[in-house]
Ligand binder design. Structure first.
Ligand code: ZN
Ligand code: ZN
Length: 561
C-alpha cells in the first residue's frame, strides 16, 4: 500500500507512522551517501562534493575489499526495508540504490575491469574538475589540489599491481590518454603560478609526471592476453545491471533488428519519393541502400556556413521552445535557462555538442549546451562535419540534446529533487527519452517534409544500429569489416564516423545499447497507455518525467499500475 492511500483513507495514525518510516528512509540513504563519499573521494568530487579534494581513491586491493564489505552490508540493509512504508519516489530510490550496489559488487568481483583495463586507472577527471570549477577562489583550489597531486605516485603503484591479463585495445587507450593527464598537471602548474603558489606545487607535480611516464613505460612491457569482446557470459548480466530493462540483451537485440527493417523500409519510401526532385533524370538504383544513400548524400550539401555553426544552434533553441509550447507537448521552465556556449578549450576533443549539467550537489550551477566550433578543423574536416550536421540533422541534434531532449528532461527531474536519482540515474532512461523526444517532435509535425522524415530516419537508425553493433561485436563475434559495412553502407554514416564507432565498441560494452533500449521501452509504454480512454500526450510526458532518472521499467510499472 502506498502512502497516499493512507492519506485518502484518513488513517492518521498509520499516516504518521508511514511518514516516520519515510523520514527514516531519507536518513538511511543520506548516511549511505556520506559513508560512500568517505570511502570513495573520487566519486565524491565527481558528484560536486569538493571538500573531498585532498584525497584520492586508490585502485588497491585494500580499497576494493573495504568497498566490497561496505556494499555487502548496505545492500542487505536496504533489501530488508519493507516496501509498504515507502512513497513511490522512495521505492524508486531504494530500487536505484539496490541496483547500484549489486552492479558495483558485480563489477568488483565478477567483471574485474580494474584488472584488464589499464585506462580505468586515470586520475585526470577529478583534477580537472577541481581546477576548473569555480567553487572557491583559485588560491584555495590550488591548495586543496596539492595533497591529491602528491598522492598520484601511490595511485599509479596500486594501478600497476592491479593489472593482470590486459587487453591490447584498453592498454593502447591508456597510453594514448597519458598526454592528457600530463596536460592537466601542466594546467595545475600554470594556475598555481597565477595564484602565487608555484613553489609549493613544483615538487609534487614533477613526481606525479614521473609516475605517469613510468605507468606508460610499464604498460608498454605488458603482453595482452585478453580479447576486447565481452562474450555472452558477461554481456547479459552487464546489460541487466547497466540498462535495467524489462527485456534481456538478446531480446533487445532482436527488437532492434526488427526496428531496423521498419526504419529502412520507411526511408526507402521517402527516398524513392524524393528521387526525381533531388536527383533529376538519373536512373533510380534498384538496391535499397544505394537509393537511400545517394539521396542523403545529395541533400547533405544543404548546411549552415562553417562560421555560423554555433550561432545557428543558439538561434534554434527559442524556436524549439516555441514549438513545444504551441503544440502543448510539455511544460517548460523559463527560470532555468539553457546557456549555449562554445565548449571550453580544456574540454574539447570529445563530443561536438553536449549538455553539461551541474553535479547533484551543485544545483545552483548553470546548465550549459557546449558546442565545439568548427574553427580548428581543416576545410575537409569541417565540410564533413557540416554535411553530417546538415540543415535537418542539426535540428534533430538540438531536439536530442536540448528541447525537448536532455535539457528539458533535466529541468523536470530537478523538480522532485532526489539526490539518489540525480546521482545513480538510469542512463537508458535518459538517452531513451532524448531518442523518444526526436520521434515525438517529428510526429507533432515539426519540420514536416519528406527530407526531414528521411534525415530523421538516418539519425534514428544510428541509435538502432548502435544496439545491433554492440551485441553483434561483443556476443556474436562480428569482425571489423562487417561492422564498417553495417555502419557505412547500411546505415549511411561517414567513414570517419564509422571508424570512431568501431573504436568505441571495442573500448566500451553495453552503453551503446542504452539509446534504443530506453527509447523502445518508453515508446511501448506510451502506446500501451494511448489505448486507454482519456489519454493525453502532455499529461503522459509530464508524469513520465516526474519520476526523475529512474529505470523505464520501474516508471512503466508505476504508470500502468
Ligand atoms: Zn558543403
Ligand atoms: Zn544523448
Amino acid at each position: 500500500m502506498r502512502r497516499r492511500d493512507f492519506a485518502a483513507l484518513g488513517l492518521t495514525a498509520l499516516g504518521v507512522s508511514a511518514r516516520a518510516e519515510g523520514a527514516a528512509f531519507g536518513q538511511m540513504s543520506e548516511r549511505f551517501l556520506e559513508a560512500l563519499w568517505k570511502l570513495d573521494p573520487d566519486a565524491a568530487v565527481a558528484a560536486g562534493r569538493f571538500e573531498f579534494a585532498g584525497r584520492v581513491t586508490l585502485p588497491s586491493p585494500a580499497q576494493r575489499l573495504r568497498m566490497t564489505a561496505f556494499l555487502t552490508e548496505q545492500l542487505a540493509a536496504f533489501e530488508k526495508l519493507p516496501d509498504a512504508t515507502l512513497s513511490t519516489s522512495e521505492r524508486m530510490d531504494r530500487a536505484l540504490l539496490i541496483g547500484k550496489m549489486r552492479s558495483d559488487l558485480w563489477r568488483l568481483e565478477v567483471l574485474r575491469e580494474w584488472s584488464w583495463n589499464p585506462a580505468e586507472h586515470n586520475p585526470a577527471a577529478p583534477l580537472d574538475l577541481l581546477l576548473n570549477t569555480e567553487y572557491a577562489p583559485l588560491r584555495e583550489r590550488v591548495r586543496a589540489l596539492q595533497p591529491r597531486v602528491a598522492a598520484l605516485p601511490g595511485y599509479y603503484r596500486a594501478a600497476r599491481l592491479s593489472l593482470a591479463g590486459v587487453t591490447r585495445e584498453h592498454t593502447e587507450l591508456a597510453i594514448q590518454q597519458a598526454p592528457g593527464v600530463l596536460g592537466v598537471l601542466d594546467d595545475i602548474a600554470k594556475r598555481a603560478a597565477e595564484a602565487g603558489q608555484a613553489s609549493a606545487l613544483r615538487a609534487p607535480i614533477a613526481t606525479a609526471r614521473a609516475a605517469v611516464n613510468a605507468y606508460v613505460a610499464h604498460l608498454k612491457t605488458l603482453q595482452p592476453t585478453r580479447g576486447f569482446r565481452l562474450g555472452a557470459a558477461l554481456y547479459e548480466p552487464k546489460f541487466q545491471h547497466d540498462i535495467q530493462s524489462a527485456r534481456t540483451a538478446k531480446e533487445t537485440y532482436e527488437l532492434a533488428q526488427q526496428r531496423r527493417e521498419e526504419v529502412l523500409a520507411s526511408m526507402q519510401e521517402q527516398a524513392a519519393q524524393l528521387w526525381p526532385t533531388v536527383m533529376g533524370s538519373e536512373p533510380v538504383p534498384t538496391d535499397r541502400f544505394a537509393l537511400i544513400g545517394r539521396v542523403i548524400d545529395k541533400l547533405s550539401a544543404r548546411h549552415v556556413a562553417r562560421e555560423r555553426f554555433v550561432e545557428e544552434i543558439r538561434a534554434q533553441i527559442p524556436q524549439l521552445e516555441a514549438w513545444v509550447r504551441d503544440h502543448d507537448l510539455l511544460s517548460q521552465d523559463a527560470s532555468k535557462p539553457l546557456i549555449v556556449r562554445e565548449t571550453p578549450e580544456y574540454q574539447r576533443g570529445v563530443a561536438g555538442a553536449s549538455i553539461e549539467a551541474p553535479g547533484a550537489y551543485r544545483p545552483q550551477d548553470k546548465t550549459y549546451y557546449n558546442v565545439t566550433p568548427l574553427t580548428d578543423l581543416t576545410p575537409e574536416q569541417a565540410e564533413s562535419s557540416l554535411r553530417e550536421y546538415n540543415h535537418w540533422i542539426l535540428q534533430i541534434l538540438n531536439i536530442h540534446e536540448a528541447i525537448p531532449g536532455h535539457y528539458t528532461q533535466l529541468v523536470h527531474a530537478n523538480r522532485t529533487p532526489s539526490k539518489v536519482k540525480a546521482l545513480f540515474g538510469n542512463g537508458a532512461m535518459v538517452e531513451g527519452w532524448a531518442v523518444y523526444g526526436e520521434r515525438m517532435m517529428i510526429e507533432s509535425g515539426y519540420g514536416a517534409s519528406p527530407e526531414m522524415t528521411l534525415m530523421w530516419g538516418k539519425w534514428h537508425l544510428r541509435s538502432v544500429t548502435n544496439t545491433v553493433l554492440d551485441y553483434s561485436v561483443h556476443v556474436l563475434g562480428m569482425q571489423e569489416a562487417q561492422a564498417l559495412d553495417l555502419l557505412v553502407r547500411q546505415a549511411f554514416q561517414t567513414e570517419r564516423e564509422a571508424k570512431e564507432k568501431w573504436r568505441r565498441v571495442q573500448l566500451t560494452s553495453v552503453q551503446l545499447t542504452s539509446y534504443f533500449s530506453g527509447y523502445s521501452e518508453i515508446f511501448a509504454l506510451r502506446e500501451q497507455l494511448k489505448a486507454r480512454p482519456g489519454f493525453n500526450l502532455k499529461a503522459f510526458h509530464e508524469q513520465f518525467l516526474s519520476y526523475g532518472n529512474a529505470p523505464v521499467r520501474l516508471i512503466a510499472a508505476e504508470m500502468l499500475g
